[in-house]
Ligand binder design. Sequence first.
Ligand code: HEM
Length: 443
Amino acid sequence: MTDPLAVFRRPPGPDGPVALGADAETLRSLEKLQRSYGNVVAVTTPNGRQAFFLNDPEDIRRILVTNHSKYIKGPGFERVKLLLGNGLIVSDGAAWRRSRTMVTPAFTRRNLHKLISMIVQCCEQKSQRWAKLAAAEEPVNITKEMADYALEVILRAIFGPDFDSKIIADGDNPFAFLSQDSSRDLKFVLRLRALRELVLSIIDERRHAGPVEHYDFLSMYMSAEDKSGEKYSDDELLNEVMTLIIAGFETSSGILNWAWYLIARHPTVDAKLFKEARQQVPDADLVNSQSIAELKYLHQVLDETMRLYPPVWLFSRHAIRDDTLADYDIPAGTDIYISPYVLQHTEQYWPDPEKFDPDRFAAPEAREKKDRRQAAHIPFSLGPRRCIGEYLAFLEMKVHLGLLLQQFQMTTTTDMQPELDIGVNLRTKEDIYLRPTLRTLNR
Ligand code: HEM
């Protein structure tokens, strides 16, 4: 219990209100607050909520890991709830724990490795398309291509053979608007809700058809049981499936978009990646869990891409009990804001923070700074609410880049730096176009 006579140790911060939301203005405010007041800042929002902005790795670890039970998801997640229902990302307490335990077996590495051949096939389709564009000397809209790729991977991972037989059976993909429409307005919410009918019909058919032999997320989720042997209700199942679709494609597609752009801008990185990929996965048949794990430099490139452009650039928590930091008190009721973007661009933790330098994640010198670095690199968050899809994200990103960058060397079509579009996710304001050249392979 808090001592009633103790003086409340409030962090420094501005006197006037500060609006905090999923927008560019908020990012500018947070950067400014951090420069002016340091790594713990107290603000009052225009509607009178007390909020702390934390930018110290140890404080962040305390909230997300050590003392996570004192917090629930904070402001901003209600909007996600409107979109996705009470699925894994937004639920809290016992409902979240029950669901996370139920879905965890679907995400074991052993199970996810069963998706590798499907991922390779999705990459081969891209390779054929891009070869035609390269031959015609036309650029690739990499932003769109990566959104389509990541959407197809997650839909096939969820629906397995039903993707071909029930979702795209008539030629059109009813989910395609997800990768084309970046607004998250009411119209988008309604279109997403309409897809629930389709998903429900697939669930119904599967129920009548009896247990399936193959592995996909839907079959795993449908057979999952909680401690008392209960399965998901239809509504819960739908919430979890919609959550997987949205959480599983926007983030990975955003990183692939940035990664291709950065590789195109850094020929020495491209050359190193090419050499590694030729050694580890010279042929699509050689893509397996071991060879993917050996794409170590590619892993560094992705880590560095996510440092610079974390798709989830801001998230929040809400204190349900009093807590303390080393120098300050957090009263119950305080909202906590954490920005992977600001943290990962802070000079104190990342010298020359704007520079793209995958060697920051190289061994052995980086290992010396491992603890500090890991804590100041949180694109997947930390603790029990850490992203459950991290391993799958790396699989689909590494297989795609490992295979495709062996065939195509990309160059930028303009010298312009892509501008950031800051919403719930971090995107590029305009689509990025890259020019593919077929590599001449000297095997
Ligand atoms: C580069 C790719 C990805 C990034 C950067 C990313 C980032 C994140 C972050 C930061 C969180 C936690 C938010 C918080 O703590 O409040 C999260 C949670 C989550 N992510 Fe991801 N994600 C990625 C890919 C995926 C994929 C591929 C899937 C699904 C297959 C996925 C499914 C989820 C789910 C279900 C949660 C909620 C977990 C829970 O609360 O138990 N994510 N993700």
